[in-house]
Each structure stands twice: as C-alpha cells, then as structure tokens.
Design a protein around this ligand. Structure first.
Ligand SMILES: Cc1ncc(C[n+]2csc(CCOP(=O)(O)OP(=O)(O)O)c2C)c(N)n1
Ligand code: SF4
Ligand SMILES: [Mg+2]
Length: 275
C-alpha cells in the first residue's frame, strides 16, 4: 500500500474508505488518480473537489489530500460554480451519485451544462440511492426491484448522458467500471477540456441493489455491465427494441466552445471600459 501510486493523493488518516467490500467507488477513485498521475500532477493543490451527499460523494471528501467541500445533498454543482468563478485558475471537480446529481440536483446539472461552465462532473451511477438502503432513483432500470419498488420499477430511467449533450456540455462520456482504461482516458480529456465535462460511470452497489436483483456478488454485477455494454457507434446502427436493457458506452460529444467563466471575465473587462 505504501508504494501504491495513489498514496500521494490520499489522506492516510482518513483511510480506510467507508465503502462496502466490492463497491465500485474504489475503482472510480483509482481511475481518477491514474488519470491525474498520467497528466503529470504530483499533488492535488490545483484542484478543488465538491460533493453532495451519498456514498459516491465520499470519493473525494475527506480522502483526497486536497481542498474539498462536502455540501448538501444535490447542491455540489452550485458550490462548484462559486468556487470556479472566484478561482478560475483551479480545476474544480464534482463527484456524486446518480441520486445526488441526476435526482435532487438535476436542475443544477442541466444549467451548468447549458452555461458550459468549466468544471468536471463525475457521476457514479449505481442505479439506486445506495447510502440510504437502495431506494428507486431516476436512473433505476425499468422493471428493477428496489426497496421502494418491490414489484418492479414502472418508470423510464433518465438518460443523463444524452440530456447533457442536448443541454450543451462540451464533453460527455459514459463508461462502466469494467472499462477502466477508457474511463481513465475520458477523465484525462475531461480535465483538459475548457468547457463543461460530464462523465457517467455505471457502477455496482452489491449491498443495496445487487442483492435485490439476484446479483449478490460484485463480480456478478460487473459481468452484467461487461456483457450488456454496447459502444455508441454500434448503438447508432441498432433499433430501439434491440437496445432495451443495454448500456450504451463511449463518448457522446467532444466539442470546443467558450466556457462560462471565460465569458463572464470578458464581460467584466467590457463593463470596466476595456475592449
Ligand atoms: C435534502 C436531503 N434529502 C434526502 C437525504 C437522504 N439521502 C442521503 S444520501 C441519499 C441518496 C444518495 O444516492 P446517490 O446520490 O445515488 O448516492 P449513492 O449512495 O448511491 O452513491 C439520500 C436520499 C439527505 N441527506 N438530504
Ligand atoms: S451501500 Fe452500495 S454504493 Fe454505498 S458503499 Fe456500499 S456498495 Fe457502495
Ligand atoms: Mg446511487
């Protein structure tokens, strides 16, 4: 452990993490560290991490040896926006769960994408409210049993990645915890992107979800992700019915556009009488 590359980014006094054995959050954390190491960051002093409430929100805080803010449930993005506006030279990264980011905090996500705010949001989608015991979330697959849908979920799950594209995000990708190299590459791209970047990671919660859908072991859920993932290029050639129950993975958009902070600082210049 002492020699592991991630140690330099972690507060040893906060370890071990609170995650259950087999939880996907550790994989996401590790991919993030690998990405920043490959980008050449030897520490996290150029970063600020914001998170809300939920298991995924614990990924950065308090474990990362960095400035981090653990905010209210769903409110990490407005806090991140405040940080970015005041300190535009810092990299601001939000970690959160699907309930936090695409449920209670969805409005903030949409508006951050619409503004092309220069932050990165990493949403760990375990398809339920994991921390509180596995209640249905806006991302729960149709038909899935959860503690609050004992007869199966009757709602359509939200396609958050597609929503981000239509809202105006500069970079959007979705991977699962099986796709660690792709995920790492996307995190690197997202951190280098000028505008709003969003990465959705489909992840396992064996404790609050897996055991209710007959996948008690983390490995069963990981195999489910592996066997049902369809690259976006292939998905575009398939019929809607063929894609039912599948996980579309890949990069949904990668474009250049001026970010919100850049525009606002230009506006301030203009208002002060500059050109
Ligand atoms: C305002 C408010 N409402 C509800 C809660 C209870 N609560 C805590 S975590 C959570 C769900 C978290 O789910 P998700 O964001 O998907 O994270 P996960 O635990 O699955 O990683 C809820 C509803 C809360 N803390 N604050
Ligand atoms: S309850 Fe689920 S999401 Fe939360 S730490 Fe345990 S396995 Fe991970
Ligand atoms: Mg969740």
């Amino acid at each position: 452990m002492e020699d592991h590359f991630s140690v330099k980014y972690l507060r040893k006094e906060c370890l071990p993490t609170p995650f259950c054995p087999g939880c996907g959050n550790g994989i996401v954390m590790n991919c993030f560290f690998k990405a920043i190491e490959e980008l050449g960051y030897r520490d996290l002093r150029n970063f600020v991490f914001c998170s809300g409430i939920g298991c995924a929100a614990w990924i950065p805080s308090p474990h990362f040896k960095a400035d981090s803010i653990h905010t209210l449930h769903g409110r990490a993005i407005p806090v991140a926006m405040g940080v970015k506006l005041v300190k535009p030279h810092l990299k601001v990264v939000v970690f959160g769960g699907d309930g936090d980011i695409a449920g209670i905090g969805l409005n903030h996500l949409v508006h951050a994408a619409r503004r092309n705010l220069e932050i990165t949001v990493i949403m760990v989608n375990n398809m339920v409210y994991g921390m509180t015991g596995g209640q249905v979330a806006p991302t729960t697959p149709e038909g899935a049993r959860t503690t609050t849908t004992p007869y199966g979920n009757i709602e359509n799950p939200l396609n958050t990645a597609e929503l981000m594209v239509s809202a105006g995000a500069a970079y959007v990708a979705r991977w699962t915890v099986c796709h660690i190299f792709h995920l790492k590459r996307s995190i690197k791209k997202a951190l280098k992107k000028e505008g709003f970047s969003f990465i959705e990671v489909i992840s396992q919660c064996p404790t609050s979800f897996g055991r209710r859908i007959g996948m008690r072991r983390a490995i069963d859920m990981i195999k489910w992700f592996r066997d049902n993932s369809i690259p976006i290029q292939k998905a575009r050639t398939m019929k809607k019915e063929e894609l039912k129950g599948k996980i579309i993975i890949g990069e949904f958009i990668d474009k250049e556009a001026d970010g919100f902070c850049k525009k606002i600082y230009k506006l301030i210049e203009k208002a002060r009488g500059g050109s």
